[in-house]
Design a binder for this molecule. Structure first.
Ligand code: G6P
Ligand code: MG
Length: 219
């Protein structure tokens, strides 16, 4: 029986991928590193330090650990500054409607994001009120594809994984949901999230009605 929903943040509730991209791009330019939207795609759902490693490796650069920490902090300052531009109009189409619907129907709802800035993003969107539990980059140490962040959310909601549906737009996020024994909804192209139990191109199509119809015997 499905009693709860756990949502990834970036690419599911709102599109902060563009803001992450712009912040990484500024940093890369400063370092005279190559960085484009194609490389940025590889950072979907990936933690801050792992993202920096990917960009660094892409440039075959040698950087000491201390300097890496400094660069990650610089990127984060740029990103956090850009979050000021985010407003309650910046939900991905369909996301707010789904959250309102879940509240109305009495489902439990958690956030399961790798971002340490999740609370700030939710406050900018005025979305805190839709979540019973916030699981973010500060909640667990092992990031996706490990299932830890979703297991954290389910536990805090007082639910078992098989009582929860996870919404994810990242390949590693769907892997994490599956590894934890959750039902999964993939948002995006089949090449990326085709391994989810059910996939939609956009959040607009991923309504409660659509999910209920797919998992009919679980509701
Ligand atoms: C999400 C995003 C990633 C980002 C990660 C960490 O998973 O999809 O692009 O790197 O969060 O975000 P943070 O705000 O902690 O740097
Ligand atoms: Mg995501």
């Amino acid at each position: 029986m499905i009693k709860g929903f756990i949502f990834d943040l970036d690419g599911v509730i709102t599109d902060t991928a563009e803001l992450h991209f712009l912040a990484w791009k500024k940093l890369a330019d400063k370092m005279q590193w190559a960085f484009d939207r194609e490389v940025n795609e590889e950072l979907r759902g990936v933690s801050r330090m792992d993202s920096l490693q990917i960009i660094k490796n892409h440039n075959k650069a040698n950087v000491a650990h201390e300097k890496l920490m400094e660069l990650a902090a610089m990127k984060n300052d740029l990103y956090v500054e850009s979050l000021e531009t985010l407003t309650p109009n910046d939900y991905l189409s369909g996301a707010k409607e789904l959250l309102v619907h879940l509240r109305k129907e009495g489902f439990k709802v958690a956030l399961g994001s790798a971002s340490k800035n999740s609370s700030k993003v939710l406050r900018q969107l005025d979305a805190m009120k839709y979540f019973d539990v916030i699981g973010d980059g500060n909640s667990v140490s092992k990031s996706k594809p490990a299932p830890d962040i979703f297991l954290f959310g389910a536990k805090k909601l007082g639910l078992k994984p098989q009582e929860c549906v996870v919404y994810e737009d990242a390949e590693a996020g769907v892997d994490a949901a599956k590894a934890g024994g959750f039902y999964s909804v993939g948002i995006g192209p089949a090449e990326r999230v085709g391994h989810a139990d059910i996939r939609f191109n956009t959040m607009k199509e991923a309504t409660l009605f659509a999910v209920k119809s797919h998992f009919a015997d679980l509701f």
